[in-house]
Design a protein. Structure first.
Length: 176
């Protein structure tokens, strides 16, 4: 077996969207505004559902879980992007990048699972309205929510395991 001199990638250089400082500040303001609206909207929705007892239904239970996954998804990516928009050294370590990847996949896959569960909930509510209370019990709702979070975790662990086994050689620069 032939061995060659291989260097391991320990960090990635993020090139960003623009090199212009004025454009970077403008992008920072836009991204921060969108991020704050996303965080506030998700928190408001979750608080509203918890506060109003009329919203304690399966549909809003799933919507709260979807909002939580969206909040975590946004919070995983946007703060790091905001830091890189303003910093001179736009570097992320391999370990930090891998952690961000697995969290990104967990929350993204969980959102997809919740959208499927929510569509099933609406299907049962529309197609079998008389059976809906007996089909969508709180026990079933909790099981569906736990299954969505579990499937998000399992899919992301499998994907991340395969991605991290790939060889990382060559350029460590990543364009936007």
């Amino acid at each position: 077996m032939r061995q060659s001199n291989q260097t391991q990638v320990t960090e990635f250089l993020l090139l960003g969207l623009s090199d212009d400082p004025h454009t970077q500040k403008l992008l920072f303001i836009v991204f921060l505004g969108v991020y704050l609206v996303t965080v506030l909207a998700n928190l408001l929705l979750m608080c509203l559902v918890q506060a109003d007892s009329r919203l304690h239904t399966p549909m809003y239970f799933f919507l709260c879980n979807l909002s939580l996954a969206d909040l975590c998804f946004s919070t995983n990516i946007i703060p790091q992007a905001l830091v890189h928009l303003l910093s001179r050294k736009k570097v992320i370590s391999f370990t930090r990048c891998a952690a961000q990847l697995i969290l990104f996949l967990i929350f993204g896959c969980t959102q997809c699972a919740f959208l499927a569960v929510m569509s099933y909930d609406r299907y049962v509510a529309i197609c079998n309205p008389l059976h809906y209370p007996s089909v969508m019990t709180w026990r079933v709702c909790v099981q569906l929510a736990a299954g969505s979070w579990t499937s998000g975790i399992l899919v992301s662990v499998v994907d991340t395991t395969f991605v991290l086994r790939l060889p990382y050689r060559g350029s460590n620069s990543i364009a936007h």
